[in-house]
Design a protein around this ligand. Structure first.
Ligand code: FES
Ligand code: FES
Length: 164
């Protein structure tokens, strides 16, 4: 296990609308804080080094890799994890991921869904290039990516249909 040293911090992080606080090692990463202190195990840990995107959450609404942020740096800020996503596009995204076989082992899925949600919130009609650009920091070992891109495009199309 990584030696996190003896210095401590006591962050209070608002996670999916609830304050989570407690003394933790000052160098504890936000991803571990979310899983161990907030019980949000839907946030996955892949590489712990900023490469895979499995740990992506929204920090004050913007997607970040939570292994690249200290828990102490998130104090006083708002974190949304995959299970707290509540944008209008989320039900369509979840459905489309299943229908397009964009979930296989599921390891990348929380990060993919979180980034896709931020994309459709900010750009409800993305083209394929925009979808690929939004997801470029998220690795998937299983799907070859096309199913994920298709799922996001389908969710966007469903949103477009609903807004007519
Ligand atoms: S666990 Fe954070 S990017 Fe891989
Ligand atoms: S579905 Fe397995 S890593 Fe993406």
């Amino acid at each position: 296990m990584t030696d996190l040293g003896t210095r401590t911090a006591t962050p209070t992080v608002r996670v999916n609308g609830e304050d989570v606080t407690g003394e933790v090692p000052a160098r504890m990463l936000l991803v571990h804080y979310l899983r161990e202190n907030a019980g949000r195990t839907g946030v996955h840990v892949g590489c712990d080094s900023g490469n895979c995107g499995a740990c992506t959450v929204l920090l004050d609404g913007a997607p970040v890799k939570s292994c690249m942020v200290l828990a102490a740096q998130a104090s006083g800020r708002e974190v949304t994890t995959v299970d707290g996503l509540d944008a209008p596009c989320v039900p369509a995204l979840r459905r489309a991921f299943v229908e397009h076989a964009a979930i296989q082992c599921g390891y990348c899925t929380p990060g993919m869904l979180t980034n896709a949600t931020a994309l459709l919130r900010d750009d409800p009609h993305p083209d394929e290039d925009a979808i690929r650009a939004a997801l470029k920091g998220n690795l998937c070992m299983c799907t070859g990516y096309q199913q994920i891109v298709d799922a996001v495009a389908a969710a966007a199309a469903e949103g477009e249909e609903a807004s007519r």
